[in-house]
Design a protein around this ligand. Structure first.
Ligand SMILES: C[S@@+](CC[C@H](N)C(=O)[O-])C[C@H]1O[C@@H](n2cnc3c(N)ncnc32)[C@H](O)[C@@H]1O
Length: 494
């Protein structure tokens, strides 16, 4: 595995080990206390123990069913294969536009079909008089929808759904925020508001935008990086967001520092630069992480004897992705961020902590509403909606799907008898993680969630948790583990 030589890893070995060094527990606690204050979440605290690392503890009592935490993601991305099904805000992941636009886009992409390389191909006409047109839609890979038993609609109807010329019955009850375009003009990301667009721009998108306003070194290089991620693993898009986020935070800290320096005796900037980079990196430094190619679970179809080769391939793929990212946004000033070791640890952090990003579809709610209407209205509405439902087929209910890193939720340890779970309620219409109490939780008790299906057998659970790199010692496992050991001892020999 050492055959992949990355010169930055050698040149910046000291800086890299400082970036990867765990923070002292007092700093970790301070960081999470501040974060909990910004989340307006008074009932929790993050503490460290030597056996299991960080954990989340209740400092208030929670009742069964009570909301424990709404956690805002640090970075997240919609799966490229899901972009055909759902148009969502690229920052908060709520659905945008209108029910008609959501349905029209879905039918439009279904109508295009999927070419042999898994990409959409476009042959539709533009509708230039509207702010969101068919030609605006740039999606990367398409999902392989289940199009069996669907009855296509005429192209003009699909176009009028997208253009807002056709209004569906009662769709006003399901109004969605308007579509706001990317300020950099990439035509690839859309938002629910100017404030989401601005926050995404300042957080990471300004460096990863492929539009005219991009702050990257080379827009074509950004496009190449994105294409590689779409073709291989969209986790690289999240890693790029983390690096951009750190660079932009660093630049902001440096600007504030220079402003302060003007008003006092100046110090050498070189000395202070790395400490500013460390500060900018703090939200990532507190995340539990290991190198991706070392911690990724061996897929079921890879034989144990091919393990070394598999891990080497993963490392090579990450190295290719990093070279493409370097061509897009590298600067010597923050060079250690572009070492393969740091890139591997960022992706490993996602591997070990990420939560599925799920937002339910308002299109599903819309069709359920129509189905529930009393008889005369239902018949009237269905005269219009039924052909549309027949054209979409079984996939009408697909919601937004992606992956995201949540700073507080990722501190929650696993238990096979958890007292909390990640659960989206009806009112949770964006990408935040929502954690709900499954049972009463007392002050001082650890808040735990299950990373796996806790109904599996003891052996199956341990096998699945081995992918997360640990053996579970929760009460249920201690009891069942003891029982299975006892059975082994007492089992009759044949
Ligand atoms: C998502 S993180 C949870 C937070 C983590 N403890 C930390 O320090 O950031 C998952 C990691 O926590 C540890 N962990 C979580 N639940 C555990 C459990 N029931 N028993 C042992 N280790 C556990 C394992 O190292 C696991 O890979």
């Amino acid at each position: 595995m050492d055959s992949i030589c990355d010169t930055l890893d050698v040149e910046f070995a000291n800086e890299i080990s400082l970036l990867l060094e765990p923070l002292p527990s007092s700093q970790i606690r301070e960081y999470f206390d501040d974060l909990l204050t910004t989340r307006q979440c008074g009932g929790l605290s993050v503490k460290h123990d030597d056996e299991r690392g960080k954990g989340v503890y209740a400092i208030n009592v929670f009742k069964e069913g009570q909301l424990i935490l709404k956690d805002q993601m640090l970075v997240g991305a919609q799966h490229s294969s899901n972009k055909m099904d759902c148009l969502v805000c690229s920052f908060c992941f709520c659905f945008i536009g209108s029910i008609e636009l959501q349905i029209g886009r879905k039918l439009y992409f279904q109508g295009l079909g999927i070419s042999s390389n898994g990409k959409c191909h476009s042959d539709a006409t533009d509708m230039e008089d509207d702010s969101y047109t068919v030609s605006d839609i740039n999606l990367g890979e398409c999902s392989t929808n289940n199009l069996k038993n669907t009855t296509p609609l005429p192209k003009e109807i699909v176009e009028s759904l997208i253009n807002g010329k056709l209004e569906l019955p009662a769709s006003g009850r399901f109004s969605l925020p308007p579509v706001v375009s990317c300020p950099g003009g990439c035509g690839e990301t859309y938002y629910c508001s100017k404030s989401c667009a601005d926050m995404d721009w300042k957080s990471s998108h300004s460096l990863l935008c492929t539009g005219e306003g991009s702050m990257s070194l080379c827009k074509e290089a950004v496009s190449e990086f994105i294409e590689h991620a779409n073709d291989t693993n969209d986790i690289f898009l999240l890693a790029a967001k983390v690096i951009s986020f750190t660079i932009l935070r660093y630049k902001k800290l440096k600007a504030a520092h220079l402003k302060e320096e003007k008003n006092s005796a100046p110090h050498g900037l070189a000395d202070i630069s790395f400490s500013l980079l460390l500060e900018a990196w703090k939200p990532i430094s507190v995340g539990y992480k290991r190198r991706w190619w070392e911690c990724i679970a061996l897929p079921a179809d890879v034989d144990r004897c091919d393990e070394v080769g598999f891990r080497m391939q993963i490392k090579e793929m990450a190295s290719t992705s990093l070279q493409l990212l370097k061509a897009a946004i590298f600067d010597k000033e923050y060079a250690p961020l572009f070492s393969l070791d740091i890139y591997g640890h960022i992706i490993g952090m996602f591997e070990l902590n990420n939560l599925d990003l799920v937002v339910a579809s308002p299109v599903e709610d819309y069709f359920l509403y129509i189905d529930d209407l009393p008889h005369p209205q239902k018949k009237e509405a269905e005269a219009i909606t039924k052909p549309i439902l027949d054209a979409i087929g079984d996939d009408y209910s697909i919601g937004c799907q992606g992956t995201a890193f949540f700073p507080l939720q990722s501190c929650m340890n696993h238990s096979c008898c958890p007292n909390a779970k990640a659960f989206k309620r009806e009112e949770d219409t964006d990408g935040q993680a929502t954690i709900i109490a499954l049972q009463p939780i007392q002050v001082g008790e650890e808040v735990t969630i299950s990373y796996i299906d806790e109904e599996l057998t003891y052996e199956e659970r341990q096998m699945m948790l081995a992918d997360y790199g640990f053996r579970c010692k929760c009460l249920k496992c201690l009891e069942e583990g003891h029982q299975s050991n006892t059975n082994l001892v007492t089992a009759p020999t044949t």
